[in-house]
Design a protein around this ligand. Sequence first.
Ligand SMILES: CC(C)(COP(=O)(O)OP(=O)(O)OC[C@H]1O[C@@H](n2cnc3c(N)ncnc32)[C@H](O)[C@@H]1OP(=O)(O)O)[C@@H](O)C(=O)NCCC(=O)NCCS
Length: 163
Amino acid sequence: MSDLTIRSATKLDLDRCYEIETVSYAGDEAATKEKILKRIETYPEGFIVLENSEEIIGFINSGATHKVELSDEEFKELIGHDPSGKHIVIMSVVVHPKYQGKGMASKLMDNFIVSMKALGKTEMYLICQTELIDMYAKHGFVHLGESDSDHGGLSWHEMSLSL
Ligand SMILES: CC(C)(COP(=O)(O)OP(=O)(O)OC[C@H]1O[C@@H](n2cnc3c(N)ncnc32)[C@H](O)[C@@H]1OP(=O)(O)O)[C@@H](O)C(=O)NCCC(=O)NCCS
């Protein structure tokens, strides 16, 4: 796939991003359409989409803050978000099943790290399930420990990357 581009999300991307979120995340884990819209409108710099000539393949969205609390469910609606915050909290890293296993999440993450460094951010945080710890470690994230979050009724690990 040579025709890939990465850009900030706009409201026009809402339906496709919601579709990708719901087909890719199990049950309760998926963000609602309203939450995705709020992330696009509130912090487009922290919401990137990867697309080919036909459609959006996957995306990363996030918020910025001065004080990170990864188990804070309200932050997922960007309550407490401050675009001047130096810390980035990633909410979703997601690739449509049709395109999974082809290095698309890696492309998104490489681009996201570069663009957040360019914005002067200093740390990046996320929570993930056990099987994805190695995937994020390949991008330099370190495992901080188990999370207090029970998001989607699952158990989670906290990871961070110094930019
Ligand atoms: C997790 C997800 C984003 C990975 O996307 P992807 O485009 O298939 O990932 P990539 O092809 O870029 O894989 C990157 C690396 O992670 C590994 N990896 C990807 N998905 C994995 C999984 N579910 N379990 C274990 N390892 C996985 C790949 O083997 C690859 O390793 P390699 O570099 O040694 O080859 C995708 O499966 C997805 O959208 N899942 C549903 C949403 C989700 O759970 N997101 C994570 C939130 S923390």
